[in-house]
Design a protein around this ligand. Structure first.
Ligand code: NAI
Length: 338
């Protein structure tokens, strides 16, 4: 690319072919919303990922600065910045993975659904670009309300004739990361050793931690279950309130997004046995979209795993989650069709 290219050798002085232009191995990925609170640390962490050979940073503001800054990190990925709608297509051509954290975040007192009016339009525009320029890319959608933005993205791709349910994933990894942390705290374990499946969706009661399926196997008192369920469901609001108007989770979200993106890339590479929770087109319930454990592989989501045995508390939670999810999904689909 031209003037916005930051690290392809500004003077044309680089020697030999030791550093393939555009990267001959590894994956090409773009972050849309890369100058934001999530986007910046996410870009930094992806620049550190050895599976990434090309990192495109797109935003409507500030990408030249973020790109120049990150491009000085002495890791392999070639970083390029793209600014404004007129450079969206260039940012997307040839990408294997696209992560979308573009859009406005919550302020105290707001629900994720309050973001709908602004973020729905942003997601629609960005997904139209993806359908045109990299229809085979894996898409990791972070912009809230995820419960509705994923159905919007699906509608955009369907209209363009490019929809592949295996390649569109709503990122609910932060709920899993929080659940692992809070459960480890209660059990007195190292968080890395703990695995809590979180299913449903990514807002309030749709966030359904399956505490009966925690690994390593353990049991909780009812008081612990109430405390953990409430804290996991409201973890985002905890951060929004602590930030007091300065935004929502960004650093823990960037961490979670990278954990998830890395799993997707390892899947693309052909690694076996990669299973993470994600919000995807699904037949696990009667709803068209649902978050549950999925196995990731060369084509994206290769298997959607069943929910497994639920206890009575979780069955009640599931009914509540489905009711709210159904409305959020419908809202996304109606937005697209209006
Ligand atoms: P932010 O406001 O700090 O950054 C958003 C970035 O998106 C800004 O740089 C902005 O310029 C950019 N942007 C706006 N319109 C755009 C467009 N049309 N194209 C490209 N970029 C555009 O917000 P933050 O904190 O980074 O949050 C981003 C989104 O992620 C929010 O919707 C938030 O609710 C969501 N989120 C999702 C979580 C999840 O678990 N899935 C967790 C935390 C936040």
């Amino acid at each position: 690319p031209s003037n916005h290219s930051q690290t392809d050798g500004l003077l044309g002085l680089e020697r030999g072919n030791c550093r393939a232009k555009g990267g001959s191995t590894g994956f090409k990925m773009a972050i849309l919303g890369a100058a934001g609170g999530i986007g910046q640390p996410l870009a930094m962490l992806m620049k550190m990922n050895p599976l990434v050979s090309v990192l495109h940073l797109y935003d409507v503001v500030n990408t030249p600065g973020v790109t120049a800054d990150i491009s000085h990190m002495d890791t392999g990925a070639v970083v390029r910045g793209f600014l404004g709608q007129q450079q969206l297509e260039e940012a997307l051509i040839g990408m294997d993975l696209v992560i979308i954290p573009a859009g406005v975040p919550r302020k105290p007192g707001m629900t994720r659904d309050d973001l709908f009016n602004i973020n729905a339009g942003i997601v629609k525009t960005l997904c139209e670009g993806i359908a045109k320029c990299c229809p085979k890319a894996i898409v990791n959608l972070i912009s809230n309300p995820v419960n509705s933005t994923v159905p919007i993205a699906a509608e955009v791709f369907k209209k363009a004739g490019t929809f592949d349910p295996k390649r569109l994933l709503g990122v609910t990894m932060l709920d899993v990361v929080r659940a692992n942390t809070f459960v480890a705290e209660v059990l007195g374990l190292e968080p890395r050793e703990v695995d809590v499946p979180v299913v449903g969706g990514h807002a309030g009661v749709t966030i359904l931690p399956l505490l009966s399926q925690v690994k390593p196997p353990c049991s909780f008192t009812q008081k612990e279950i109430d405390y953990l369920t409430d804290r996991i469901q409201n973890g985002g609001t905890e951060v929004v309130e602590a930030k007091a108007g300065a935004g929502s989770a960004t650093l823990s979200m960037a961490y979670a997004a990278v954990k998830f993106a890395d799993a997707c890339l390892r899947g693309l590479r052909g690694d076996a046995g990669i299973v993470e929770c994600a919000y995807v087109a699904s037949h696990v319930t009667e709803l068209p979209f649902f978050a549950s454990k999925v196995r990731l592989g060369r084509s994206g989501v290769e298997e959607i795993q069943p929910l497994g045995p639920l206890n009575e508390y979780e069955r009640v939670g599931l009914e509540k989650a489905k009711k709210e999810l159904a409305a959020s999904i419908q809202k996304g689909i109606s937005f697209f069709n209006k």
